[in-house]
Write a protein that binds this ligand. Structure first.
Ligand code: IMP
Length: 427
């Protein structure tokens, strides 16, 4: 059985949750490998409508094991809330496990996320405010606390005392904020540890065992390729890598195990937060896409910036991730538009370029070069066979396939699980 990585190919919010929910039916394990509760995966299935931030979308199937991998940063309060909400709706969460190596989001991370953003003033990144950046920074600086540390209260206290002392100095001396109480943070996190203890495992070993049993494993990405700190629009990025290669590191499996990499693209582009979006539509077409697509952040509720599909971005994403196939989501959102544009290159200083510049100052000077296609102006959400899509919709998909050199496996024509067209099977 293959390992399939499901990766966001643009700026996040591509609809990975729905795609994973769909594929997870046959999976033994679904593992999240990066990000934290900055992610928001909307899943609509027979149990109801859910907005998952940390728990992998595979949780809804009775035999699928859901893993939060070592590459994820965990806010335990959010995780416990999410577990409770799922349980209330009748979803069995006993097969949810967390890597003992996953780092914790601590109260000072959330405070510092806000304070650092405020101090950036006009240059704010527009983070989700969940403490993600400060938590990953501490991981790299070897000042992190891992969820497994909560299982040994004495060692945890010693480490927390040392780190909190340092963080309180920053909070009070640099930002003029109030210090956090060691006793309160310790008591709160010990309680989280007790409630989560049964789920904390060496999940990399669980994955190895699942692979040895020849089970299908899905690596569930969070955020999108253009938010990657190396290949995205740095510094307007997130703090962990959403790339396929990060799937190995963040779940603890060898790169040789991954056999399929599915890139999830929206049929257009969106971005939430600051930073370049070359095909952004600051007009009524952009507003129409936002309203028809309900393009408001799952985690923060912020309106998403909308733009045309950008194949310069898509080619970068396909190359760097090595997509073996693509899922195109929200095709139905384009139903009302008489003409559609696809960005096929950029004009930079009077010349056309077909690559995505690494430098945002250069990127901001890039003007999209568009190709226009006819819209289909018909409802498509009830269509389940590719051949039944209007000719213009098939032309749109075929042109995207051609421009990004990647076959389309899945087309999503609505939010519900069944509103899906399998053009060619993923496995
Ligand atoms: P952070 O990850 O909260 O630090 O935010 C950094 C940037 O990534 C901001 O522009 C966020 O809006 C963006 N971001 C983080 N997570 C997501 C996501 O799941 N979808 C879309 N944008 C995201």
């Amino acid at each position: 059985m293959p390992v399939i990585a499901v990766i966001g190919a643009q700026w996040g919010d591509e609809g990975k949750g729905k795609v994973v929910d769909l594929l997870a039916e046959k999976a033994g394990v679904v593992a999240r490998f990066s990000g934290g509760d900055n992610a928001g995966h909307t899943v609509i299935n027979p149990y109801g409508e859910f907005r998952l931030h940390l728990i992998p979308s595979g949780i809804f199937y009775p035999y699928t094991v859901a893993i939060i991998g070592n590459g994820v940063v965990i806010n335990p309060a959010v995780l416990l809330d999410e577990i409770a909400q799922l349980n209330q709706c009748g979803v069995n969460t006993t097969r949810l496990f967390i890597s003992d190596r996953a780092h914790l989001i601590m109260p000072y991370h959330i405070l510092l996320d806000r304070l650092e953003e405020e101090s950036r003033a006009g240059k704010a990144i527009g983070t989700t405010g969940k403490g993600i950046g400060p938590a990953f920074a501490d991981k790299a600086a070897r000042l992190g606390i891992r969820i497994g540390d909560l299982l040994d209260k004495e060692t945890f206290l010693e480490r927390l005392r040392f780190i909190l002392d340092y963080k309180n100095t920053i909070l009070t001396k640099i930002y003029g904020a109030s210090p956090l109480s060691l006793d309160e943070v310790y008591a709160q996190y010990c309680q989280y540890g007790e409630r989560l203890a049964a789920r904390i495992r060496e999940t990399d070993i669980m994955l190895e065992e699942a692979l040895n049993r020849d089970e299908l494993v899905i690596l569930e990405g969070a955020q999108g390729t253009l938010l990657d700190p190396d290949f995205g629009t740095y510094p307007y990025t997130t703090s962990s890598s959403p790339l396929a290669s990060s799937g190995c590191l963040g779940a603890g499996i060898s790169p040789t195990r991954i056999s399929r990499i599915l890139g999830v693209f929206k049929a257009y582009c969106t971005r939430v937060g600051s930073g370049p979006l070359p095909t952004e539509l600051k007009d009524e077409t952009g507003d129409l896409i936002r309203e028809r697509g309900h393009e408001y952040g799952t985690t923060t509720g912020r309106p998403r910036r909308c733009g045309w599909f950008d194949t310069v971005v898509a080619r970068l994403s396909t190359r760097i991730n090595g997509f073996t196939g693509a899922a195109i989501t929200r095709l139905d959102v384009l139903n009302a538009l008489p003409r559609l544009k696809i960005c096929v290159g950029y004009r930079l200083n009077g010349k056309s370029v077909d690559y995505f510049p690494s430098n945002i100052t250069t990127l901001e000077k890039c003007q999209p070069i568009y190709e226009e296609l006819e819209g289909w102006q018909a409802p498509i959400s009830d269509i389940r066979q590719y051949e039944q899509l209007p000719a213009q919709a098939r032309q749109y998909i075929a042109r995207l396939e051609e421009l990004i050199s990647c076959p389309v496996n899945i087309i999503s024509v609505g939010a519900r699980r069944e509103q899906t067209i399998i053009k060619t099977p993923v496995i």
